[in-house]
Design a protein around this ligand. Sequence first.
Ligand code: 0X9
Ligand code: ZN
Length: 467
Amino acid sequence: MVWCKGIVLVFGILAFFCGSILAVLGPGDKYNGYQVWRVVPTNVDQIRSLIKLEHNFDGFDLVDFWREATPSSLHRPVDIMVPPSLRNNLRDILTSLSLDIEINIPDVGALVTGQMSEIQTRRANEPVGTAALSDFDYTRYHTYDEIQQWVSDIVTEYSDITSHFLLTTSYEGRPINGFRIRGRNSVASDPPPPAVWFEGGIHAREWISPATVMWFTAQLLQDYEDGDELAMSMFDNMDWYIVPSLNPDGYTYTWTNDRLWRKTRSDNLDSTGSGCRGADPNRNFPFGWAGNGTSPFPCSNIYHGKSALSEPEVDGVVEYLRNLKANNQNFLIFLDWHSYGQYFLSPWSYSAYAPNPPDYDAMMAMGKAASDAIAAVHGTVFQSGSSIELLNEAAGSSKDWGYVPYDETSKFRGGLGAKYSYTVELRDKGTYGFLLPEDQIQPVGEEMYAGVRAIGDYILRELGFIP
Ligand code: 0X9
Ligand code: ZN
């Protein structure tokens, strides 16, 4: 800094140059030379070693396991983002475990920078158009402010069947807006209609999540106005609560500083003085908090936070939904939209040894109905299973909380009691991972729109509204 100032005094022109260097540091620069590797364990020793390896790196913010190894991940790919400084070391370790390395992404920084400049060029040539809802371009990724504007425009456009709610305010003070859809033929009653909760964007870098939630919601609202029978039945017989983007600080940070940021942005003020910010909101729910598949280290991507519900974004969900529960609204479906992997993941995730919950078969059946509908659109294959069968242990996750029975005595006890509770992992299977290009928003939107309609059809049959 002092160095820069000295030069500025003598050569005014260089002041501009110093400033520009700071200004052009983009959200991908940190990842120049990083690679994403894929290995596929074929025996339990390899799995054990991979789990240990991940554990050893936990909390150092160096090696990011995009897809983890789990006790059940025989023949299932493990994706690891490797910084250039550790490439040789890690290659040696993996080779010594007889694991073949496939390179999924040869240069993460270059991929991010390329995608961001495409996004910016497209924006420069055709403005995103947020002046009116009819201009909203669903085939693009949108900034947090644009998404909030969309919420506001939707509520204005469909004022007789939607109502806005402010879920809460994020750590950095951004409003988290959502809306409820209740059809105009709904018989508002006590108790209120059975309900569905959809939340997008809890993980900041999973950009396809808010984009998809907006896509199918807009389509279904249009279907409703067009008199589509299924959409009418969905909204007339049930309440649908939609929050497209739940982690505004993290999401904003992915646009400006670090495209692969996952957590919230709260200050951990930790005793180690790491300065690392944020907790994993999907480890911050009270059920099973700080258990397996979470980390006590503030620099970890699965840091569980200082305490259960320490993150205002998570606390906001729990407070808001408990309030509805206290007013007798029954939630049947809780759905947290993520990427990537193409899964419908149901409880449990808090422990690999937990027996399947009583509604496991029902959740598999709904997952299958949705997956069949999805596959029929572009052939994309989704798998259903419990989180621990298919992915990872993750105590304090939203989906376990969504399922656990409600307990009116304390927000730190119980959950929402939704019979169908899932984490949905959208496209892809690892080719781009968290960096799904903009040109896939449309096909993902189309297939998930079909998936949500199938979910609607399934639940309306169960409720007896469709014979
Ligand atoms: O680790 C997670 O939180 C989720 N995977 S992601 O790549 N989107 O971060 C899935 C966790 C499994 N599901 C739950 N435990 N809820
Ligand atoms: Zn996620």
